[in-house]
Write a protein that binds this ligand. Structure first.
Ligand code: PLP
Length: 370
């Protein structure tokens, strides 16, 4: 493995220091919650080694929300979705192995295969095509030796959501060609409207990944999961988890369990907050000319760019935005994309801060025009 720190992590708000950031539009989650918000305390917890696959009650809840045919044995709790992606990549790939990955993407989906020395074919998502997935292109990219195809939906950083036909086509391809399909569904419970089925519930060739970090606003517990209905692969994934850390943190898993007990109620209020924040960013987008976007259909991020035809000094833009206006977004290079693109997270800031942060984007863009 050849580990390199990813810009998105090196320059993340938690590494920079939250105190330095006045208007934080970098986050891809809703606002962080406290243990007391979940209505319980931890004082009486016994700190034993937990079930290696993860808290049985938690796995049962996740199986329930993953589809009628998914059982708790087909759920593996991991250290966040990031831990899940690491376990999957290191279990399925060796140096030189081929895979197909969407780009841009959440960096770990690309960087871990790269650290392994895998041979990556990028499935580029294009602004002019609405960042839409083209499954016919996947078909042409899969080789006899391809280990897996890696998709993310709702997508980070664009907020686009694949259609049910795309998902079914991708599954058919994996089944026909004998590779696996990984779907990173970390934002699934923040889809506007009905979410897609959990991919793993549709096929033994599909692997689904998700977590409590984004929708539930509790990234600090580092709890995510893998759903996979292939028992042989599950055994390998569990072996990887045991070698990394035996089991997960029982404290984290108990908190995760409590958060899911309050799921229905939480999702109602969370969805209300997300739709209010979304209407604010949509309104901003429609009333300025410096930025263009592909309107997202899920999650709490979008990936606008400086309008084509505008000549802008991008270094100056980010300097003004950060230093003069105390406003931060995720610059394009976090996603191996030109810095004219930027990820804007609209779900995390309080509403007045979101409004001011967006106004600051317009101000900085006007001041950085050449
Ligand atoms: C698509 C995607 N997958 C996985 C992760 C990792 O999330 P977690 O905090 O659950 O490890 C992220 C975080 O930004 C993400 O955007």
């Amino acid at each position: 493995m050849k580990y390199l720190r990813m810009p998105i992590e090196k320059e993340s708000p938690e590494q920079l220091g939250y105190d330095l950031i006045r208007y934080n539009l970098t986050e891809s989650s809703v606002r962080d919650r406290k243990i007391s918000d979940l209505g319980f305390t931890l004082e009486d917890m016994t700190l034993f080694y937990g079930d290696h696959a993860g808290h049985p009650g938690l796995r049962e809840k996740i199986a329930c929300i993953s589809g009628e045919n998914v059982t708790p044995d087909e759920v593996l709790i991991t250290a966040g979705a990031a831990g899940a992606l690491f376990i999957i990549a290191t279990s399925l790939l060796e140096q030189g192995d081929h895979l197909v990955v969407e780009k841009p993407n959440y960096s770990t989906n690309i960087e871990t295969p790269r650290a392994i020395g895998a041979d990556i074919s990028f499935l580029d998502l294009v602004f002019e095509e609405g960042f839409a997935l083209d499954t016919s292109r996947i078909a042409s990219m899969i080789r006899p030796e391809t280990k897996y195809v890696s998709l993310t939906s709702p997508h980070n950083p664009t907020g686009t959501v694949m259609t049910i036909d795309d998902l079914k086509n991708a599954i058919d391809l994996a089944e026909q060609k004998g590779c696996r399909l990984l779907v990173d569904e970390t934002y699934r419970e923040m889809t506007f409207g009905e979410p897609l089925p959990v991919a793993a519930s549709l096929s033994k060739k599909a692997i689904s990944v998700s977590s409590l970090s984004k929708t539930y606003g509790i990234p600090g517990i580092r709890t995510g999961w893998i759903v996979c209905r292939d028992p042989e692969l599950m055994e390998t994934l569990l072996s990887a988890k045991e070698q990394i850390g035996i089991c997960g943190s029982v404290v984290d898993e108990e908190i995760a369990y409590r958060a899911l007990l309050g799921r229905e109620e939480w999702l109602k209020s969370n969805n209300l907050h997300i739709s209010e924040a979304f209407s604010i960013i949509k309104d901003w987008m429609e009333n300025q000319t410096e930025f263009q976007w592909v309107e997202p259909s899920g999650g709490v991020v979008c990936f606008p760019r400086i309008s084509s035809g505008l000549n802008m000094d991008m270094d100056l833009f980010y300097r003004i935005l950060n230093e003069k206006y105390g406003t931060y977004v995720g610059p394009g290079h976090w996603f191996e994309m030109p810095r004219r693109f930027m990820r804007v997270g609209y779900g995390w800031p309080h509403i007045p801060d979101l409004k001011e942060g967006l106004t600051n984007l317009t101000r900085a863009a006007r001041e950085a025009l050449k």
